[in-house]
Write a protein that binds this ligand. Structure first.
Ligand SMILES: Cc1cc2nc3c(=O)[nH]c(=O)nc-3n(C[C@H](O)[C@H](O)[C@H](O)COP(=O)(O)OP(=O)(O)OC[C@H]3O[C@@H](n4cnc5c(N)ncnc54)[C@H](O)[C@@H]3O)c2cc1C
Ligand SMILES: *C1O[C@H](CO)[C@@H](O)[C@H](O)[C@H]1NC(C)=O
Ligand SMILES: *[C@@H]1O[C@H](CO)[C@@H](O)[C@H](O)[C@H]1NC(C)=O
Length: 334
């Protein structure tokens, strides 16, 4: 299928933000126009291969990870200082930071069980020398929920962002306060037939967590369509991980990448998420039991779904998804 081929060759990692949403008018024409024409053509020509597979209901309870003591149990546990164990530079503005859990046998505690998975984040806290109040920010670890002894954060630095700047300035053996888990969207196998994940920049990390929960459970037959936007090719985070999924589950996983500043050879999308693109590539509001997840910088929410009002309040649905006819309960803003 044309679109699939075009995108497959375009698979790359992701990251950064849809800064143009809020700061500039979109550029028009170019590759993006061709891309959308291609996608629409493909859909029109025969519909999506992956709407045809029936979702089997689960019959076997999968084995959860073997018993291990979780580091994060929520409640009144309070902050836990974790030592930075290693630092990996991912690209010009992103680092992967590995923090050691208190004991080498601890798991993070961000999973409930494979069949009843709570997508979740951890809070980090840092108070700089001159700061009146501590800065607290949520992060979604990208390490596996059953990884023992460590957790990995993928962190993009924002020039004037207090927490991301602090994280990027940290040295091995320094400690950072963590607390959690902060529950997000409760997941269980086959809760939805098809989910669409619309991410910008590091908004990819919760999407990765959910995707991994789905594909690590052999009983979960959910189809996943990812739409991921960032500035340049180096900004595509977790690209290899998503490529592996696309190769392993071609009937169930598809990824569409959009670049603000594509190289000449780029055959994927250009610019930002548009109504036409979403209409062409994600399941529609009437396509059965579907759910659309959104995570990214403020401009992405504004354009696609409307912003969250607070961690507890999803706010009204607006933007592209509302225009396309999705209902509020078909959309979850991370
Ligand atoms: C559930 C969840 C999971 C997350 N996971 C990750 C992760 O895995 N990795 C990661 O790097 N980040 C993640 N984030 C984002 C993270 O929490 C921080 O927001 C980010 O690291 C920046 O923090 P900061 O203190 O450095 O900068 P901030 O002070 O938060 O500012 C960052 C940038 O955003 C701009 N900005 C802030 N608010 C607005 C606004 N309302 N409108 C327009 N622009 C604004 C600022 O100007 C600045 O350039 C996650 C967020 C959520 C909600
Ligand atoms: C983000 O940038 C990376 C690296 O340039 C690229 O591979 C990826 O496709 C981009 N993703 C989005 C959503 O723009
Ligand atoms: C980590 O594992 C140890 C040993 O298994 C356990 O006693 C402890 O409660 C776990 N959690 C933390 C936060 O240390």
């Amino acid at each position: 299928m044309f679109a699939r081929q075009a995108f497959r060759s375009a698979l790359q990692p992701m990251k950064t933000s849809f800064h143009r949403y809020s700061t500039e008018a979109p550029k028009s024409g170019g590759i993006n126009t061709l891309l959308i024409a291609g996608v629409v053509g493909a859909v029109g020509a025969g519909g999506y291969y992956y709407y045809n597979t029936t979702v089997q209901s689960e019959t076997v309870i999968p084995q959860g990870p073997s018993k291990a003591d979780p580091a994060f149990i929520g409640g009144d546990q309070g902050w836990i200082g974790l030592k930075l164990e290693s630092i990996e530079t991912v690209n010009h503005n992103t680092k992967k930071l590995r923090f050691a859990l208190p004991h080498k046998d601890n798991v993070s505690g961000l999973h409930v069980a494979l069949i009843n998975f709570l997508t979740a984040a951890l809070l980090t806290k840092y108070k700089g020398p001159g700061d009146e109040k501590p800065t607290i920010r949520p992060y979604t670890p990208i390490s596996a929920e059953d990884a023992r002894g460590y957790l990995d954060l993928l962190v993009k630095v924002y020039p004037n962002g207090p927490m991301s700047s602090h994280l990027h300035s940290m040295n091995v053996d320094q400690r950072l306060d963590f607390k959690g888990p902060i529950p997000k969207y409760p997941w269980e196998a086959n809760k939805h037939d098809h989910v669409a994940l619309i991410a910008g920049g590091t908004g990819i990390t919760p999407m990765y967590q959910l995707t991994r929960a789905i594909f690590s459970n052999p009983n979960d037959k959910t189809k996943v369509t990812l739409v991921f936007g960032n500035i340049s090719e180096e900004d595509i985070l977790l690209k290899r991980e998503f490529e592996d999924l696309e190769n392993t589950y071609p009937q169930r996983f598809r990824a569409f990448y959009l670049l603000d500043k594509p190289p000449a050879s780029w055959t994927g999308g250009k610019g930002y998420v548009t109504k036409e693109l979403l209409k062409a590539v994600i399941p529609g509001p009437k396509d059965g039991n579907i759910k659309v997840f959104v995570c990214g910088p403020p401009g992405l929410y504004k354009a696609v779904s409307g912003e969250k009002r607070s961690p507890q309040d999803q706010g009204e649905l607006s933007g592209i998804l509302q225009e396309l006819g999705y209902s509020k309960d078909q959309v979850y803003k991370f």
